[in-house]
Design a protein around this ligand. Structure first.
Ligand SMILES: [Zn+2]
Ligand SMILES: [Zn+2]
Length: 565
């Protein structure tokens, strides 16, 4: 590559570990970020891909109280569980950290002390609801009561789920503590606030000038900035959190939202500390040429385009601001949103118990809600796996490898000019470019469609050229082209189904990792004379019965979980 290598930081929103993520959570954030990181590495970029568990705050504290254990114990246990799950999902994190990491805790405190010293933190007295029974201040979500607008009796302190209006806990009629049901009292407490309005002009300039942000994220954020920003509270009265470093704030912790978001920085810092180059994180975070992409939920856009950049500005240290954010629409399950309380959906631990990881990674990419909400149904899952993964890709690869292995045992030397083979080669180049272009725009579903099309071209080529009817010389030429297409599939599929792509790669006779190769190499055929390995089918079709069994198995897992909790 000419010039300097591109530098990228790829981030996914930090999962809050009071529960296991479901497929809807995974598809737009962690899985998307993984595909992006894998693709960018194959483009030759220097990439740091980091995330971590968001562990502090009220929901975990309350859950721990219910179970009679320490919040730290519960949070660490959940962290270990999801961390292992992400390994099983083959997520290629350079660092998967946690907000209880000592590096993070120290970083957050130093950071906020700096912002305080720069004059952007002030304190104020506020009225909050307090449960006299649980002896805690109740965050918005932990107050339920009757909506003053529509009369719905189970409205939460921040929002009424029935009429959708935004609320304040003190507006609720007949408020109750969500933990114990007691009537809360109004208590005065002091809190610390971040002076977000001080950054109005700078934010407007940053958002307006940043053409990489998706149009909807830009417009929505600009509108919010122009309508007027309010100070954001930085502290909470929770015990389970990072102690606030401000004078007079003893006993207060930093609000989880305002703390976990700094994990994007601390996890990179921690990564380079672990590698023994503790200063190198600065080469990423303080270089304006570093590109950053944040894979987040749609509802998190304002936080990443307004509040987080403002915090980075407030430190006055020159952190690189978000280059872009990437979010998806919603993945629905049988037409409805995934719901934890209704147990509607599939969770990432259950999924791996019923089908191989690459089936899921493939299907979720094929069904990625890129431009509109997309419905996940078992029928769709089965169709995608059977028609696209198994028939179009798997069968092509297996046919070619078997023909070439049996007849030549190696990548054959092409012996004659062939118009068909030349055309195939240019089709491969064209589709590899198109798939790469979609990958670079983080349109992974679009990229996968190009790759499936490539496999389709391969199948059509075999049917046209019929190498099994040809003499050795002609067959060698035809199969050489066909094997090139297998190589192109292995490389381009590697970000999406890394395990299966690696197997294709090895059947082609390579002994290293396909993911260490460059995307561009998909345009070059494998070397003639390279010994092939005996191929085995990579995938298999899913029957209706398999689906029934999977559904039954998931029910079983849920019953066992409920019984043990
Ligand atoms: Zn209402
Ligand atoms: Zn209570």
């Amino acid at each position: 590559m000419e010039g300097k290598r591109e530098k990228w930081m790829v981030f996914s929103a930090w999962p809050y570990v009071n529960s296991v993520p479901h497929l809807g959570n995974l598809v737009g954030s962690i899985l998307s970020a993984d595909i992006a990181a894998r693709y960018l590495r194959m483009r030759g970029a220097e990439v740091v891909f980091a995330s971590g568990s968001d562990m502090h705050g009220t929901p975990i504290e309350v859950e721990a109280i219910k179970r009679g254990i320490e919040p730290k114990e519960l949070a660490e246990r959940n962290h270990e569980y999801v961390k292992k799950l992400f390994e099983k999902w083959n997520i290629s994190f350079d660092n998967y950290s946690k907000t209880e990491s000592p590096v993070h805790i120290k970083f957050v405190q130093d950071f906020y002390r700096k912002v305080y010293d720069n004059g952007y933190i002030f304190d104020d007295v506020v009225q909050m609801l307090y449960c006299p029974n649980d002896k805690i201040f109740l965050p918005d979500r932990f107050v339920v009561g009757t909506c003053p607008y529509c009369g719905y009796e189970k409205a939460h302190g921040d929002q009424c789920e029935n009429c959708g209006r935004l609320l304040e806990p003190t507006l609720l009629i007949n408020p109750r503590c969500a933990i114990c049901g007691a009537t809360p009292i109004v208590k005065t407490t002091r809190h610390w606030f971040f002076d977000l309005p001080a950054f109005t002009e700078k934010l407007e300039k940053y958002i307006e000038g940043n053409k990489n942000l998706p149009a909807n994220a830009r417009n929505m954020s600009l509108q919010m900035v122009r309508e007027g920003l309010k100070p954001r509270s930085v502290t909470r009265d929770n015990k389970w959190g990072i102690p606030a470093p401000f004078p007079g704030a003893e006993g207060k912790t930093i609000y989880v939202w305002m703390e976990a978001v700094l994990g994007y920085v601390s996890a990179v810092k921690e990564y380079f500390e672990k590698r023994g180059t503790p200063e190198k994180w600065r080469e990423f975070w303080f270089d304006e040429n570093t590109k950053t992409v944040y894979f987040i939920g749609k509802d998190n856009i304002p936080f990443h385009v307004i509040i987080f950049p403002a915090l980075l500005m407030a430190s006055e240290e020159g952190y690189v601001l978000p280059w872009t954010v990437a979010s998806t629409e919603y993945l629905l399950f049988k037409g409805l949103k995934f719901s934890k309380s209704k147990r509607h959906g599939i969770w990432i631990d259950e999924a791996l118990e019923v089908f191989p990881v690459d089936y899921w990674r493939f299907a979720l990419t094929a069904l990625r809600p890129e431009v509109r909400d997309t419905n996940f149904t078992w029928e769709e899952f089965r169709r995608v796996i059977n028609n696209e993964l198994n028939d179009a890709i798997g069968n092509y690869v297996h046919r070619v490898l078997t023909l070439a292995y049996r007849r030549f045992g190696q990548v054959p030397e092409p012996v004659e000019e062939s118009r068909e083979a030349a055309e195939l080669s240019s089709t491969i180049s064209k589709l590899v470019d198109e798939a790469g272009d979609a990958m670079a725009r983080f349109r992974f579903k679009e990229a996968l469609a190009k790759i499936v099309k490539l496999a389709g071209e391969g199948n059509a080529y075999l049917n046209r050229t019929k190498p099994w009817e040809l003499d050795d010389g002609a067959a060698a030429t035809v199969l050489y082209g066909a094997l090139h297409l297998v190589k192109a599939l292995a490389i381009t599929l590697s970000p999406i189904i890394p395990g299966s792509a690696q197997k294709m790669w090895e059947f082609l006779g390579y002994s290293d990792s396909v993911e260490r190769h460059l995307w561009e190499e998909a345009k070059e055929p494998p070397p003639p004379g390279q010994a092939l390995k005996e191929p085995k089918p990579l995938f298999r079709k899913i029957s209706e019965e398999d689906i029934d069994k999977a559904i039954e198995r998931i029910e079983e897992i849920r019953r066992a979980k409920e019984a043990s909790s």
